[in-house]
Design a protein around this ligand. Structure first.
Ligand code: GDP
Length: 365
């Protein structure tokens, strides 16, 4: 899974990205600081892994990961090649979802590219660039399809859908508001590579004291929440500055620090679980002496597909999956005990893997 972090310059993208990856990309107080898209690999927090690793005395424990890409250069005029050019467009298209960072904190020491803090204006600035970029894609595609569509019913239908999408974009709305319950149509729209059709999570970057009451007293956050609800997008609160500090701490210190601030979960942990939800993902687990590991799959993936995540041979030669629910396994204390109690299930090719399944795949080589 790959998430692209976008937002205007100086809203806190690099700070957030750095705390995510603990990498040292420059977070300086001036626009255009981050030039190259940085990719960071982030572990998905999963408390089950340690318990399972201890149970099996695994030599190593490997979490599932998410790639975060810090996408710079998104400024007014970017779709026309201004700012850092429109390289960002192709970087965004490679992602599965967008994290749109919005500045909701006041700080006169941090310059705002447009002079004042105004998250709705900022979001619209970015969205407009993305809309322009999408219109360009559609225009090219429409011109290409129009020639061949004359005697082709399927292409004619696709052409009509693209024209409808273009109308939406030209009215200043994202392609996401195009809703269909026809799988074929939604597959076609997804295949167009429109950025404004991608799922978005808004990360409202707030001051430290807004975290405690979830931004209830921050008017900017309220505005962002309202705007997001119109496209069924999620909003989550983060204080990039705090995350930067938390990123320096080890796990115990982190819990203490969060408690002292009156916060249950770090913003980044929340972001990762929100992305899982948004993209319809879940984790299944494998465990043994060598390794305990979490694997990410889409909800609805069947056992052979899950096996294929580990190795293509597992999928090709799939015989069956031996599945124990994580909690059952921990409660029983061993897979043998779970088996004795009838809690190990033998599942075949049609089994839909669930979150927290601990699986041993049997396969032919
Ligand atoms: P980017 O251009 O969006 O990547 O922004 P940066 O992450 O480089 O941040 C720009 C400036 O804002 C830096 O000086 C940061 O220290 C500061 N900054 C980032 N997040 C916060 C925050 O949550 N609160 C405050 N007060 N300053 C922040």
């Amino acid at each position: 899974m790959k998430l692209g972090i976008v937002g205007l310059p100086n809203v806190g993208k690099s700070t957030l990205f750095n705390s995510l990856t603990k990498a040292g990309a420059a977070a300086a107080n001036y626009p255009f600081c981050t030039i190259d898209p940085n990719v960071g690999v982030v572990a998905v927090p999963d408390k089950r892994l340690k318990l399972l690793g201890d149970l099996y005395k695994s030599k190593k424990v490997t979490p599932a990961v998410i790639d975060f890409v810090d996408i710079a250069g998104l400024v007014k005029g970017a779709s026309k090649g201004e700012g850092l050019g429109n390289q960002f467009l192709s970087n965004i298209r490679e992602c599965d979802a967008i994290v749109h960072v919005v500045r909701c904190f006041e700080d006169e020491n941090v310059v705002h590219v447009d002079g004042t803090v105004d998250p709705i204006r900022d979001i619209e600035t970015i969205n407009l660039e993305l809309i322009f970029a999408d219109i360009e894609i559609l225009e090219r595609r429409i011109a290409k399809t129009a020639k061949s569509a004359v005697n082709d019913k399927k292409l004619k239908k696709e052409l009509d859908i693209m024209k409808e999408l273009k109308d939406i974009l030209e009215s200043g709305k994202p392609a996401k508001i195009f809703i269909t319950d026809d799988d074929e149509i939604s597959d076609f729209v997804s295949s167009l590579g429109l950025i404004t059709y991608m799922p978005v999570i808004y990360a409202a970057n707030v001051a430290e004291n807004d975290l405690i009451d979830e931004g209830e007293n921050n008017k900017y956050v309220k505005e962002v929440r309202k705007l997001a609800s119109e496209t069924s997008s999620k909003v989550f609160l983060v204080c990039a500055k705090i995350e930067e500090e938390i990123a320096q701490l080890d796990d115990d210190e982190k819990s203490e620090y969060l408690e002292a601030l009156g916060i249950k979960e770090s913003g980044l942990d929340k972001l990762i679980s929100a992305s899982y939800d948004l993209l319809g993902l879940l984790s299944f687990l494998t465990s043994g002496e060598d390794e305990t590991r979490a694997w990410t799959i889409k909800k609805g993936t069947k056992a052979p597909g899950a096996a294929g995540k580990i190795h293509s041979d597992f999928e090709r030669g799939f015989i069956r999956a031996e599945v124990i629910n994580f909690q059952d396994l921990i409660d029983c204390g061993s897979s043998a005990a779970a088996k004795d109690k009838g809690l190990m299930r033998l599942e075949g090719k049609e089994y839909v893997v669930k979150d927290g399944d601990v699986i041993l795949f049997r396969f032919n080589v």
